[in-house]
Design a protein around this ligand. Sequence first.
Ligand code: ADP
Ligand code: MG
Length: 648
Amino acid sequence: MSRRALALFLVAGVVLAFVPNLRSALDFPIFYLIFLYSLFFWITQATSWNILTGFSGYFSFGQAAFFGVGVYTSAILVARYDVGFFATLPAAGIMATVLAGTIGFLAFRLRALRGEVFALLTLAVTFVLTALAGANSYIDGGQGHRVSVPDYPSFLGSYPDFIYRVGLVMAIASVAIAYSIQHSRFGRGLFAIRDDEDVAEALGTPTLRYKMLVLSLSGFLAGAAGGIHSLQISYITIGETFSFTVPLFVILMSVLGGRNHWLGPVIGATVVYTLRDRLSGAGFEAWSQILLGSILILAIIFAPEGLYPRVRARLRLVILVAVVVLAVESGADVGGASLDQITIAMLVVLPLLLVPDRILRWTGWLRPAVVPVGRKARRAATWDRESLTLRATGQEASVAVGSDAVSAPLLQCDQIRMEFDGLHALQDVDISISAGEIVGLVGPNGSGKSTLINVMSGMFAPTSGSVRFRGVDITGRPPHVISNLGIARTYQIPRPFATMTVFDNVAVACMFRHKGMTLDEAQHAAWEYLEFTGLVDVADTLPSQVNLHQRKFLELARGLASEPEVLMLDEVLSGLNPTEIDESVEMIRRIHASGHTIVIVEHVMRVVTDLASRMVVLNYGRKLAEGTPAEVMNDREVVKAYLGREHA
Ligand code: ADP
Ligand code: MG
């Protein structure tokens, strides 16, 4: 479906490129070209905003800054330095990229800014640029810039034809970029960042690089489109360039159209720009704002995912109604330009898109809801990768199993100390894990077990002490690097990517493991882990719709899909009933037998003593005891710590 949509989109683009040639033949007013150019401009800006905010979740108010830098770069280069117009476009894009990169450096590198703080930063940057442009007469100084008609190849037609065509190419390029991002590993990484950045990082996604990349790309598209737009505005002023209309409109367009999909901003921009332009053109300036505001409110309430999924599910209905309305309009000769007739059809179709599913269901015209991200999971009959770890049996496994095979430590913590605002969560903890072991990590609540897992997986850099993996110091390395080295972990409270299906959750882990996979490969490989953990039946379900047992197993499946050597399980069994616990124990044995070293944090003692070859007991952040399950369970200090807590 998606590929077909892109093909249709590209065909439409090619057809649109020839519209100026048909103008005289069709008696087509030049005003239509200007209208369409503006639509292309907004599609580009909304798409640029959406790959950043819609895909990665970093909310930006900085669209006017990126766009404005592009406008001024082109205008200044043309006016002051006589640079050819086309050469200014990459420059406009690059200047906006530099700005975006600076914002990214400040926000992501210096301080890990998220949420409102990031949004405020982009807003502040816009204010600073506006003030700078006003104060600096080289940039503007309040005078404005007149942009003269540049030289351009004659095959591009008259001046309006030329602007139209350049704008069209820019829009197609932006949308094609959004499409390819969405259908790549990069895009899945961004979705993962949007859903839960820490988990994305822990599964091997290079989150910093991805955020910088998408921010720069978003800036580049906005800046280059700004360069083109300098031709259209012809007289550039600060007030209009760095105006709040730009960020507000791109947000409105993307939210209305749907932020999860490359076509969302295209749909949103088309609806919003057409309605606004036509209603103002008809003298309803104030009404256009009221109407757009109302549509947005209704959309947020009744179609929070945006129009795209609705258009998809109700496509036949939409086309039918639109055709009928247009036919009636031309038959009844209601007058007005055809653009206005299209606007009326749009106003009739919009409510149809907003009404809830249950009202339309009786018509039988609804298609099943779209799988949230990506395509529906499909099982590969032919998939056969020899290296899949889970196929290996105990004998074939790469790591010898059993305590007699224990040799040099695989993972070693030395004198780990972890403090949170004066609270000593871990103090001088030494722990050493050898290949092939199952180490049980136990201790009362708050004794530091999860903190130790966070330190070993790189989520926390310890206050002091070191972590070594295969003898290499990994203290303070980013979690995605540690994940790629071969250490995976699960979360005590499951943290699935909420907007992705169970299947995609696992596929993301396959994509970002060491020697990551392409989207297609991962789509095949993920099945293995779903089958192993018994999640095949819920593959296409959102994590919020499966039970706790399945969410815990999804944690396991994702951990395994990272192809780790050491798998750290943080209370995977808590909250499960006895049958589910027995099932899980069996599964952990199989995971171990296939060559994984396991660290298991667990409260159910019979499980730990049964599974673990060695146990480590933490108490108040210190290591209290260590040894075989029998030794530890008979240790007087351990008994005291547990009994003491129970009586407290
Ligand atoms: P356990 O997993 O053994 O129950 P934790 O490792 O979760 O214990 O917690 C150990 C101590 O560290 C607790 O007192 C907890 O409140 C504190 N702690 C854990 N994580 C943080 C954090 N991110 N910020 C502040 N304190 C924390
Ligand atoms: Mg814990």
